[in-house]
Each structure stands twice: as C-alpha cells, then as structure tokens.
Ligand binder design. Structure first.
Ligand code: C2E
Ligand code: CA
Ligand code: CA
Ligand code: CA
Length: 279
C-alpha cells in the first residue's frame, strides 16, 4: 500500500507538471497570437423569433491557429484573464465589433445592435468607461446600439465600483445585459441594485424545453421576472422549433442559437442580413 501510495504521488505530480507545462505553452502561443493578429471575431445573430428578422449580433472571439483550425474562447479566455492578455483581446473585440456595426449600419441595416462580452477582469480598470467611449466615438456608432454582456460572476466582488461602472455606462446610453442568467449567484438582489436592461436566459434552461418540467418552470419564472421589471429578454441556445414555440407562447420574442445560425465570420453575416432582411 505504501509503495502504491508513493507511485500515485509521483504520478500525480507528473500530471500536474504536465498540465503546468501545457498551460505555459498555451500562454506563450496566445501571447504570440495576440501580437500577430491571429484573433478574429465571429458574429451570431439575435433573432426576433416572431418575424424571423435579425435584430442584433453578439461578437464572439476566435483564435485562428497556424494550421487554420479555430480555437474557441472557452479554451483561452480563462488563461487570458490570468495573464492580463484579456485587456488587449477585449479592446480588439470591442473595436472590431463597433467597426463592423458601423459597416452594417452604412449598408442600411440601421436598427442592428451589437453585443460584446465583458470580463470581470476588465471592470478592475478604472478608465474602462472612457476606453469604451473612445471606441464608440472613433467608430461613430450610436451608443444606444451597443450592449455589454456581463455574467453574474462579475457581481460577486467589488459591488460598489461595479455599480458605478454600470451607471456610468447607462448614462452614456449603452445597454447592459446579464449573461447566462439563472446559473450564478444572488441573481435577484442585484437586479434591484444594478441598472440592467436585459437578461439572457442561460442555454442550460433552454436546451431541454419544452419537455423538462423544471426547466419549463424556471424559464417561465425568468420571463415573468423580466416582464415585471420591464427589461429585455433573450433566450440563448435555441436549437429547435419546439423551443421557439414554447418561448413565443410565453412572450419571449428574442432568441439566439444554432437554429438560426452558429457564430459566423462578418462577411457571412452580411449575406445572412441580405437574405433575412431583404435589403
Ligand atoms: P456566451 O457569452 O454565453 O456566448 C454564447 C456561447 O454559446 C457561444 O460559445 C456560442 O457559440 C454558443 N451557442 C450559441 N448558440 C448555441 C446553441 O444553440 N447551442 C449551443 N450548444 N451553443 C450555442 P463561444 O463562442 O464558444 O463562447 C463561449 C464563451 O466565451 C462565451 O459564452 C463568453 O462567455 C466567452 N467569450 C466569447 N467571446 C468573448 C469575448 O470577446 N470576451 C470575453 N470576455 N468573453 C468572451
Ligand atoms: Ca454572451
Ligand atoms: Ca451566455
Ligand atoms: Ca433539467
């Protein structure tokens, strides 16, 4: 038993060592990718499920590897947050998204909104509002057509400075959505304190609709909540027409998900706009 204990210790430390090495390697490659402009932004439509028109886009970052394969943000955003690379990455995504929105507006899709994800790490920067406004002004988009998506994770620490940030953003006309709503902490109490303009129902509630009774109840509850607070609502991860029917029956009109489109490059999104809106 002693022997096997020592062996498993060695094995454990070897695995740990291996993981650490992999992480270091990934970190180096990510830094290189950022410096050499290997990141790009994909866009996923937000759709009015009733009229099937595209009302907005969410900007989602992608890393194009040297062999052309695409690395998703779940693989590198956590490391970007730990290393501070999240700051240049976020600035790149925000600037790309605002520039792209300006292009779509100039093509005649004037009502289109753009949503960009913010990381909690960014909120630690005291001049984030100024940085955002600089990009809004530089690209000439109306602030009213920009939405920032924050997860509940962001609300855990430093409530006061985050409240200040949110009020400052709202004063400038930018919208604020709570992402992945329902899976985080203290959801209800912060809705009272924060000037939130929309909730995004987390995909995990939507995926088993309409069959799963618990999820149906929870989704209905979130819809009621948004209605009674008079804030916007988006259902994430819509993949089936049955889900659309369930959501529309309950007055949740805006949806986002693979049923309508996966996240796609900007030029493909432009073609989708041409098709859907017929302009
Ligand atoms: P999120 O903000 O919740 O983004 C939605 C994710 O759900 C996207 O994954 C999207 O591809 C996926 N999705 C959309 N519709 C469906 C569907 O119908 N079914 C399924 N199974 N999935 C669907 P993605 O692009 O891999 O992004 C993952 C997460 O990475 C995002 O989750 C967001 O938290 C983060 N992220 C992405 N881009 C950025 C960024 O520029 N900055 C920051 N801070 N985080 C980002
Ligand atoms: Ca999001
Ligand atoms: Ca989400
Ligand atoms: Ca369930």
């Amino acid at each position: 038993a002693k022997e096997s204990g020592r062996n498993s210790y060695h094995m454990y430390s070897e695995i740990l060592h291996h993981e650490l090495n992999q992480r270091m390697e990934l970190m180096k490659r990510l830094r290189h990718a950022v410096e050499h402009h290997k990141l790009t932004v994909f866009y996923q439509p937000k759709v009015d499920m009733h009229s099937r028109r595209i009302i907005g886009a969410e900007a989602l970052v992608r890393w194009i590897d040297d062999d052309g394969s695409i690395i998703g943000p779940d693989k590198f955003i956590p490391i970007a947050e730990d290393t501070g690379l999240i700051i240049p990455i976020s600035e790149f995504v925000l600037r790309s998204a605002c520039k792209q929105l300006a292009v779509w507006h100039s093509l005649g899709f004037k009502d289109l909104n753009m949503a960009v994800n913010l990381s909690g790490k960014q909120l630690q920067s005291p001049d984030l509002v100024a940085q955002i406004m600089a990009i809004v002004n530089e690209t000439g988009i109306p602030a009213s057509h920009l939405e920032l998506e924050l997860t509940e994770q962001v609300f855990i620490d430093n409530i006061q400075s985050h409240t200040n940030f949110m009020h400052a953003v709202r004063e400038r006309g930018i919208s604020l959505a709570i992402d992945d709503f329902g899976i985080g902490y203290s959801s209800l109490s912060y809705l009272k304190h924060f000037p939130v303009t929309a909730l995004k129902i987390d995909r995990s509630f939507v995926q088993d609709l309409p069959h799963d009774k618990d999820d149906a109840t929870l989704t209905q509850t979130i819809i009621n909540l948004a209605k009674s607070l008079d804030i916007g609502l988006v259902a994430e991860g819509v993949e089936t027409e049955d889900q659309v029917e369930f959501l529309l029956d309950r007055d949740c009109i805006i949806g986002q998900g693979f049923l309508f489109s996966r996240p796609i490059p900007a030029d493909e999104f432009t073609r989708l706009l041409d098709e859907y809106q017929g302009q």
